[in-house]
Design a protein around this ligand. Sequence first.
Ligand code: KIV
Length: 285
Amino acid sequence: MEQKKLTVLDIQAMREKGQPLTMLTAYDYPVAKQINDAGIDMILVGDSAAMVVHGHPNTLNATMDMMVLHCAAVARGCARTMVVADMPFGSFQYGIEETMRNAARFVTEAKVDAVKFEATPHHIEKTKAIVQMGIAVMGHVGLHPQAVGALGGLKAQGRTIETARKVMTEALALQDAGAFAIIFEAVPAKLAAYITKKLRVPTISIGGGPGCSGQLLVTYDVLGMFDTFTPKFAKKYANFNKSMNETFVQYRQEVLDGKFPTEEHVYGVSDEVMDAIVKEFGKAD
Ligand code: KIV
């Protein structure tokens, strides 16, 4: 059956109906296709790729070229699921024009449906400029992992009056700038629920609690494939690390024991061909 691509209008309609939105991260075609086929509404091609796929200690090592490549692979797997590209560190911090060009690369080269960036009040004009280009923008408030250096670690945001006000005002400013949805990362649940009621656009929680319009998790956390750092909000639904380890150990053992490959895994050749080869090159032993 042909699948219809979800748009920002569908996402807004789901919020208005009170239907919870579902979102996961993905970085490659096969996982994206599984997520699409499972009926998940949105995929974030997160700069978390730098950590979970490339083994860097934080997200600051993601580059435009790296992200465009991951986004293009994900987009090819998503007939229905909306694909959102995460703009990496350094791609939106300089001039408006450079930010617009980088946003456009995601749409033209990778064929994504929207872009997302860790916008602070300094980036509101850039949000407006990208929306005015016709590109859907998702906002992101609360914990900004790209600011790990300035924050002194990956800590929850909005637990003091000052930081709670910051989360609130940034969310309102992003909505006014035209963001179609806003991610709330590591924000106290009561604050996120309160702001969700104050906004017209959907809020997506990754550590923002059940009062948001939707939920997002990093797929490698969901699958139990990333043990280096597990945030409080992550839930492991499977233990792929264990399954992979058991699979690779079994494969190695079968090769050592001569149990793999067997007849069913090999190609045949006629005696005529082999006789000709032996005649020309001599016996092997
Ligand atoms: O890169 C990512 O996966 C993200 C989410 C944690 C919001 O930005």
